[in-house]
Design a binder for this molecule. Structure first.
Ligand code: UDP
Ligand code: MN
Length: 653
């Protein structure tokens, strides 16, 4: 029994031990479970692993997108310019004005995306400072190089930007309108206007002064919009800062071209995007007189085929002083197809109303031009084949007149323009300008184009080796039923002298004794002055024409005549009426080469080192070939022997 009792006690102990072990195991399990479950809970509380943050895609219309230069096509010189009707949306980056949301600046890949209000951190300072250029100025000034800096500012913009930037963007021009213009009553229902301002690398101050000047002077009810068109500018201040600035201006829109279009192409782009009934093309460095817009709109509203210009006043490129242009003035061009404003105050009519009466104008400058939008498009806009800059306004002028429109200057409207000292952007070469002129000559001038080619021999030689692609322009000319150039010359611009250019009696006047040519120092303009002998240019600049009236007509307009003042041979303005005066008559004796002044019967002679006071220093450097032109008793001295050298064959071009 005792044995049974002991065995039972051992079994009980064993059972207890097992139970103990089991309980321990269970407790351990539970504890471990508990631990693990707490651990899971803790892991839930830990921050989530990093995620890509949500990218806010801002509303596209509020954005300015500056395309990285790598994305932009290389600067194209207008060779493949698309005509307006084929301009694609994707060629444009459109920045509407308006109340954009303020968001931080973001950068992404090759794009720099900027939202309005984000200019504080930019490298380019906010207005009214001027970015890199101003920085350069300031640095220069610190170094006490003010003069040198001014020079560079002038070099960069073609005018003294340092003076401009110190002036208010809202300066008011002194009143220069004729008293009869003041208080003029204009209809309330004048057409709406889009002012199209193209710019390429314009200075900040001049561009914004132009914009503010329009906003400050154009009546709100007539101003549809100011359309700024950036012709692929590179200056930093014309990018984000400008967009930001413009976004706060009511009625101002900004379009950027991704191609360099040039003056005409850029204006075509603006015209294609404009909404106003009337387009006003305006250079990016203008200031408007109070009341400038209404008289222009009135004239266009009365006749939608009228293209009109204000009187263009002048802002001095050095001082930015405002100079009013004297009335009457009209736009003309010469046989080298260069444009001028012709101011002839002496022609002021006795009639008191003439001071405020519009004057018909054979051509209008490009500075400011108002035209009905539909008429502009239907007459063929600007010729899209014109390269970058030059003579596009002459082409438009001839076309408007020849194809059913008219042009005039409106005297009660005045806008001032900064006349550059030089173009602020490089033209790749001189030939570009000649190519534009060749388009005009071949499209519009019929047989009269020979007169142009004789006075611009570079154009002649270019034309010999290549033909302009003007098929489309000729088609427009045909379809519009445009009149010929003879009609234009006789009906629109009868004051332009038509050279006779007879063989052996026209060309460079070559002197056998000195090997030089009769020359007239450039820059003396239409006033006339002393004649010299100078190296023959071969460019057509020394071309003259002995006509059937026995006048020796000089210059690209043929408006100056070989004249004598005592024994000095000079140029003076030719009489506008026939018959000419005898003092201006010359006889050329082919056999001896003598050119005999009819009134005095003296001969034209080159006198070495004579009368060079008016010549340019460049002329003085070429001693051997220069001299003054004088009248001397006739002899057979080689310095009295002359040939008319034709540079362009009579049948040429
Ligand atoms: N312009 C342009 N693209 C060019 C060249 C000029 O948009 O390739 C603009 C220029 O900024 C100006 C206007 O066209 O607003 C006329 O040019 P500019 O004033 O240089 O000519 P100018 O008045 O000297 O004849
Ligand atoms: Mn200009």
């Amino acid at each position: 029994m005792r044995l049974w009792g002991r065995a039972t006690a051992v079994r009980r102990k064993m059972l207890c031990l097992w139970l103990l072990l089991l309980g321990f195991a269970l407790v351990t399990l539970e504890l471990s479970d508990l631990f693990h479950s707490r651990h899971r809970d803790l892991s839930h509380q830990k921050p989530a692993p990093p995620r890509r943050p949500l990218q806010r895609v801002p509303n596209a219309p509020d954005l300015e997108v500056i395309v990285d230069s790598r994305d932009s096509p290389a600067v194209e010189l207008g060779v493949d310019l698309a005509p307006i009707k084929t301009l694609q949306e994707d060629q444009l980056l459109f920045v509407p004005s308006g109340q954009g949301t303020k968001n931080p600046q973001q950068k992404k890949g090759s794009y720099k995306v900027l939202l309005p209000g984000a200019n504080r951190d930019l490298r380019v300072p906010a207005p009214p400072t001027h970015g890199e250029m101003e920085k350069a100025h300031l640095e220069g000034m610190e170094e006490g190089m003010e003069e040198g800096v001014e020079k560079s500012a002038v070099q960069k913009y073609g005018f003294n930007e340092m003076v401009s930037e110190k002036m208010s963007l809202h300066r008011r021009l002194p009143e220069k309108n004729h008293p009869q213009c003041l208080g003029g009553q204009y209809s309330e229902s004048l057409p709406s206007t889009s002012v199209v301002i193209c710019f390429h690398n314009e200075a900040w101050s001049t561009l914004l002064r132009t914009v503010h000047s329009v906003l400050d002077t154009a009546p709100k009810q007539h101003l549809q919009e100011v359309l700024l068109v950036d012709d692929l500018s590179q200056h930093g201040h014309l990018k984000s800062v400008l967009s930001e600035y413009v976004s706060h201006l009511d009625k101002v829109r900004l379009i950027r071209s991704t191609k360099r279009l040039g003056v005409g192409g850029c204006r075509n782009l603006g015209a294609a995007r404009a909404a106003g009934e009337v387009l006003v093309f305006m250079d990016s460095h203008c200031e408007c007189q109070k009341g400038w817009l209404e008289p222009l709109l009135e004239r266009v509203a009365q006749d939608r085929t009228r293209v009109v210009s204000p009187i263009m006043d002048v802002i001095d490129w050095q001082t930015f002083q405002y100079n009013a242009t004297q009335w009457p003035v009209r736009g003309v061009f010469d046989w080298r197809l260069d444009f001028y404003w012709e101011s002839k105050p002496q022609l002021q009519d006795k009639d008191p109303d003439s001071a405020v009466r519009p004057v018909q104008s054979p051509a209008l400058g490009g500075g400011v031009l108002a035209v009905d939008r539909h008429f502009f498009q239907s007459v063929g806009a600007y010729d899209p084949g014109m390269l970058l800059w030059g003579s596009e306004q002459i082409e438009l002028s001839i076309r408007v007149w020849s194809c059913g429109g008219t042009m005039e200057v409106v005297p009660c409207s005045r806008v001032a323009h900064v006349d550059h000292h030089h173009l602020p952007y490089p033209l790749p070469d001189q030939e570009l300008l000649q190519r534009n002129k060749i388009r005009i000559a071949d499209t519009w001038m019929d047989a009269y184009r020979k007169i142009f080619y004789r006075r611009d021999t570079l154009a002649h030689f270019i034309r010999q080796s290549e033909s302009p692609n003007i098929t489309e322009r000729l088609r427009i000319k045909r379809s519009l039923g445009c009149r010929n150039f003879h009609w234009y010359l006789t009906s629109v611009y009868p004051q332009l002298y038509i050279p006779q250019d007879r063989p052996t009696l026209s060309g460079e006047l070559y002197n056998v004794g000195t090997g030089s040519c009769a020359d007239y120092p450039r820059g003396l303009g239409l006033r006339g002055g002393a004649m010299n002998a100078a190296p023959c240019s071969g460019t057509g600049s020394q071309h003259c024409d002995l006509n059937s009236e026995f006048e020796v007509r000089w210059g690209p307009m043929g408006a100056l005549c070989l004249d004598a003042s005592g024994e000095r041979v000079i140029l003076s303005p030719c009489p506008t009426h026939r018959p000419t005066i005898s003092r201006l008559q010359w006889k050329f004796i082919k056999l001896s080469g003598q050119l005999v002044h009819q009134q005095s019967q003296l001969c034209l002679e080159v006198v070495k080192d004579g009368g060079l006071t008016q010549s340019s220093p460049r002329d003085v450097n070429t001693h051997a070939k220069t001299g003054g032109l004088f009248l001397r008793p006739c002899s057979h001295h080689p310095r009295q022997q002359w040939h008319f050298e034709q540079l362009v064959a009579p049948k040429g071009a």
